[in-house]
Design a binder for this molecule. Structure first.
Ligand code: SF4
Length: 383
């Protein structure tokens, strides 16, 4: 396992280092329904999620805040989180705010210009909206288009210092001032539902991003707003065992990948299997070390089916090739449905945005999606 992944999978240590709370069975019993990502421990820690749930049971709503930095197309790891957020919205009947931080991607030089980031903002928003969000309660916005967010960021900037921002983000004097100001913009995104609408914010976030939540909580306290709560997730490993990354396309399945590319990536994925079929039959595999198993568990199987697969794997009854075929078929079906829903969202997307939408960009996206849908329809006939 690569060092980078080893570092981010030391989750017990992160709970201690960040001083966050573990999600316990008692806390899960308080929820009206369980989600698989809680049951398999993907969401495993929190800050004040218990308080949010207690308040919700007393009739106080909350808002979910989950952002996206639009510098590329989404991959399935992103969809997993947004799927979970859509489930939270349906289960708790709460508003969701989704800032698309073109400003972040520009000042961190992840895009050439703001216009490029805007294209990805709409493209990503359509992918997210296609997951079944309720248009009445879902609020997308592109960060630089929201005067309200700018006003809040300016307000918040007086409640932190350069030293604090440097300590949290690790910036130096050579970093551009946009990065420093983006730190307060990010806090403005997180605190926006509280400041404008009076909802406590709940932020689903990968555990290593917790320092940013802490900064927003400290600022909230100083400005006398309720502190945002957080739900912390682990990382789903990429297909090669490394973290999923746009700079290493073989690690992830992107929503723009074609069936052939998906097949190639899945067939090259890391497993916990033995080198030959005979050895697999004799010794069995190790699902704990198997990325294909983790992907099947996250995207395809329910909790019971995943446990059964583990047993068959360990006893040598299961072969890696069959797992990969199952994963491939599920991905093709899922992405075929996804592209269809994404095209349907193009005509509805205005209803999800808090500001006017650029329809020129949408026409470009429609063409690309129609081509992709055809590819997936052809591939699903051959499954
Ligand atoms: Fe993974 Fe399946 Fe191979 Fe077991 S049989 S190691 S679960 S791919």
């Amino acid at each position: 396992m690569p060092d980078a992944l080893e570092k981010i999978t030391d989750y017990d240590r992160l709970i201690k280092v960040f001083g966050v709370s573990r999600i316990t069975d008692e806390l899960l019993k308080e929820l009206p329904e369980k989600h698989k990502l809680f049951e398999i421990g993907y969401f495993f820690a929190h800050r004040d999620f218990d308080k949010v749930i207690s308040a919700w049971k007393r009739g106080e709503s909350f808002a979910i805040l989950t952002g996206r930095g639009p510098s590329n197309v989404l991959h399935l790891g992103h969809l997993l989180i947004f799927d979970f957020v859509a489930w939270m919205q349906r289960t708790f009947k709460v508003p969701v705010f989704i800032p698309l931080s073109d400003d972040e991607k520009y000042v961190f030089k992840k895009v050439k210009n703001l216009r490029d980031s805007e294209f990805y903002a709409y493209d990503n928003a359509l992918d997210i909206a296609a997951l079944g969000f309720d248009e009445r309660w879902t609020n997308f916005f592109i960060s630089t288009k929201m005067l309200d967010v700018y006003q809040l960021a300016v307000t918040l900037s007086r409640f932190t210092t350069l030293n604090e921002v440097k300590a949290v983000f690790g910036f130096t004097d050579s970093d551009n001032p946009g990065k420093y100001f983006y730190a307060v913009v990010q806090s403005a995104h997180i605190l926006y539902p509280t400041w404008r609408k009076g909802f406590t914010s709940l932020v689903p976030i990968a555990i290593d991003q917790d320092p940013y939540i802490r900064l927003s909580r400290d600022i909230a306290e100083r400005i006398k707003l309720p502190k945002p709560a957080a739900l912390h997730s682990k990382y789903l490993p990429g297909l090669t065992g490394e973290p999923m990354s746009a700079s290493k396309p073989e690690t992830a399945i992107f929503v723009t990948d074609k069936p052939k590319e998906i097949k190639k990536k899945i067939w090259a994925a890391l497993t916990g299997g033995q080198p030959t079929i005979e050895e697999q039959r004799q010794k069995g595999g190790d699902p704990e070390k198997c990325v294909v198993f983790q992907w099947l568990q996250a995207f395809v199987l329910d909790v019971k089916e995943a446990e059964e697969l583990k047993e068959r794997c360990r006893s040598g009854q299961q072969l890696c090739g069959d797992c990969k075929k199952t994963l491939y078929k599920a991905m093709i079906k899922r992405l075929k449905d996804h592209h269809k829903k994404k095209i349907e969202m193009i005509d509805k997307v205005d209803k999800f945005f808090m500001h006017p939408v650029d329809h020129g960009v949408l026409d470009e996206i429609r063409k690309k999606e129609e081509e992709l849908l055809k590819e997936f329809e052809r591939a699903s006939k051959n499954l």
